[in-house]
Design a protein around this ligand. Structure first.
Ligand code: C2E
Ligand code: CA
Ligand code: CA
Length: 641
């Protein structure tokens, strides 16, 4: 594990203290031992001197009492003692001894005494030797005292006790320092582990997080390990939060995390939660035969997702990126390598999410995706410039008629078009996505409102009181700013606000239902009507209808399309009509392409119809012509021939 700098310094500090303590102890031990050796040596030297003095005195006494003539033993003892005293007083080895124990005067006195009687010893002069014996007897106790007092006496014992105590104190102090250091080191280590865990762990799923994944990717890159990254998005997860609340949403995420971990563990693969409903798996496979893993992964997640909430059909989108697809030169910078691989997997996931959300989809990264991403970036820049340019003619609105079953009533839906100079027609959905991603949703919305206002007061001036205009709201345009936009733009014709219908889809993010509903009421207060668009495509249609009040619901094209072939669709449309009418909500059917569809929808009681059967989206001028024709005939399109 990577240690942070302060911890590294702390550990260096701890080790310095430790080394200092050990060195101090070692030095003390060395000096203590040296002291002990010196004490032993001096004890031996002094004891030897006393012993030899005693032996000479004993030999002297023996010679005097036995009257014997042989003096060789006496002379030998004398010589030994002579050289002992001489060595003691002159040798460099006994210098410390002479100073430490102030033995010099005494030994000098003893040496002088025996030297004074040297002649008497050599010649055996008994009277003088008797004198020497007497002097020796007075010297001996002093020599003994020297030994006892200075070596084995209380002072020496005290000194040794002092040393031993000192040693004990050093041991205790060092021990205490070590215990304290150990305690603080442990605390710091534990704290750093917790911090690292928090920095690298996702608290909901207990899986590693994005930071850890990047670290693992960098490690794999720096070791040149071939690896493949899978990024997984649980689609429609938003429905769980919307329907069951965030608590259950978190529980579901935790379950998904557990499942994912159980699939990855046997292979030793790392799995992580990147954000929201997005997970990642870092495999050590080269990606060519990865289906051995992706297949069971998809199946296991599929079952787990079905179990979590059977009524919400969650699906899996999977983006795959292989390390072998990256330029080998990138290995030089593991951070860039890791970020590029993650980016590639994200791009593959983006493609996978283009597929229908009702099916699982897996997409492997292709270099072309980078070009698409570049194109998206270019679209963002271009759109930004267009919205600042009053005279641009790339963006325009077209209006698709919406026919009412009641006579003399006509509506239209404003739909955006972008004729790009190099890319041609940009799909409206892509345009809206790009605008939202680039944070331009609100500015684009304001531009659309202004266009509608302009059309109402120029092309449609003479008929505008007869037509309603539906405007699609994107995520970021549905905000408090929308209210002031409507008021400001329609300042000179506030009565025209009644002609506006704002279309909201249930897939829009409703983070705060209270705020959402308040804004809807405020819009309604200034005369704007509200429609629930693409009804039936999400999984929470009923919940939305239950919590928010709409003037219209727009049944999605897919229902109308399959009505003739799938009898359930007919029953559903019938039921939606009945239920909406009970709630006082008008029903609009989208994508009416044939007369048969129109007839069955009419039979079911649908109130308004939109589709190619009547007209494709038209320019403002063409829509005016359409209106004049339609209104002049005072007719409904059920009679169209
Ligand atoms: P939508 O709101 O469901 O708009 C209806 C789409 O269905 C339009 O596609 C329309 O041209 C198409 N359509 C209408 N009748 C038929 C039919 O009979 N058959 C078929 N096959 N299609 C029909 P378009 O204009 O491509 O718009 C697609 C989506 O882009 C819209 O779906 C809407 O979600 C979004 N969009 C378009 N213009 C705007 C806009 O100005 N603002 C916002 N926020 N979104 C817009
Ligand atoms: Ca719409
Ligand atoms: Ca629609």
């Amino acid at each position: 594990m990577m240690l942070k700098r302060p911890i590294t310094w702390f550990i260096v500090f701890v080790f310095s203290i430790l080394i200092f303590a050990v060195v101090t102890l070692y030095q003390f031990n060395q000096s203590y031992s040296r002291h002990a050796v010196r004490t032993q040596l001096s004890a031996w030297a002094l004891a030897q001197m006393e012993l030899e003095t005693l032996e000479f005195r004993h030999e002297l006494a023996l010679y005097l009492h036995t009257q014997r003539q042989d003096r060789s033993a006496l002379i030998l003892k004398y010589d030994i003692l002579w050289s002992r005293y001489d060595t003691f007083l002159r040798s460099s080895e006994t210098e410390k001894l002479r100073q430490a124990f102030s033995a010099t005067p005494l030994v000098k006195r003893a040496f002088q005494t025996i030297r004074r009687h040297e002649q008497a010893v050599l010649e055996g002069q008994r009277p003088r030797l008797q004198l020497l014996l007497g002097e020796m007897d007075t010297l001996l106790p002093a020599l003994r005292d020297l030994m006892i007092n200075n070596l084995t006496g209380p002072a020496a014992i005290k000194q040794r006790e002092y040393l031993a105590n000192q040693l004990k104190h050093i041991y205790l102090t060092v021990g205490l320092i070590l215990v304290l250091l150990g305690y603080f080191s442990w605390r710091m280590f534990r704290d750093s582990l917790t911090q690292q865990k928090m920095a690298w762990m996702d608290s909901i799923t207990q899986l590693p997080n994005r930071n850890y994944l990047l670290y693992a990717l960098q490690k794999a890159a720096s070791k040149h390990v071939i690896h493949t990254l899978l990024v997984i998005d649980i689609r429609r997860f938003k429905d769980i939060n919307d329907l069951l609340g965030y608590e259950q949403g978190d529980q579901a995420l935790a379950k998904i995390g557990q499942k994912l971990n159980s699939i990855c563990s046997p292979y030793g693969y790392t799995c992580a939660r990147l954000s929201g409903n997005r997970f990642a798996v870092l495999t050590t496979a080269d990606g060519h035969y990865l289906s051995f893993f992706t297949q069971p992964l998809r199946d296991t997640l599929r079952h787990a997702l079905d179990d979590i909430y059977p009524d919400i059909q969650l699906t899996v989108a999977l983006g795959i990126a292989k390390s072998t697809d990256l330029d080998a030169a990138l290995h030089k910078d593991p951070e860039v390598f890791a970020n590029t691989l993650l980016n590639n997997a994200d791009l593959a996931l983006l493609k996978a999410k283009n597929a229908s959300p009702s099916k699982d989809s897996i997409v492997v990264f292709k270099p072309k995706f980078e070009a698409d991403a570049r194109e998206r970036r270019q679209l963002k820049d271009d759109l930004n410039a267009l919205l600042l340019d009053e005279s641009q003619d790339e963006l325009s609105l077209v209006y698709q008629p919406i026919i009412s079953s009641e006579p003399n009533k006509l509506s239209c839906e404003a739909l955006i078009r972008w004729q790009h100079p190099t890319l041609g027609q940009v799909s409206p959905q892509l345009l809206i996505d790009v605008a939202e991603e680039a944070g331009l949703g609100q500015r684009l919305g304001t531009w659309i409102l202004r266009q509608v206002y302009a059309a109402m007061n120029t092309e449609w001036q003479t008929i505008n009181q007869h037509i309603d205009i539906a405007i699609n709201l994107s995520d970021s345009f549905f905000s408090e700013a929308l209210l002031s936009d409507v008021v400001n733009i329609f300042m000179h014709h506030p009565e025209q606000r009644k002609r506006l219908v704002f279309e909201i889809t249930e897939t829009m993010s409703i983070d705060d239902i209270g705020r959402f509903s308040l804004l809807m009421n405020q819009l309604r207060d200034i005369g704007v009507k509200l429609a629930l668009d693409d009804f039936g495509t999400g999984w929470s249609s009923m919940a939305v209808l239950n919590h928010l009040s709409f003037d219209k619901v727009k049944i999605d094209r897919s229902f109308v399309e399959h009505m003739a072939t799938v009898s359930r669709q007919q029953i559903l449309v019938d039921t939606i009509c009945y239920m909406s009418h009970q709630l006082g909500i008008r029903v609009v059917a989208e994508g009416v392409e044939t007369q048969e569809q129109l007839l069955s929808l009419q039979q079911m009681g649908v109130d308004e119809f939109q589709g190619y059967y009547f007209s494709k989206p038209l320019s403002a001028m063409d829509f005016y012509a359409f209106c004049i024709d339609y209104l002049s005939r005072q007719n409904t399109f059920s009679l169209k021939n």
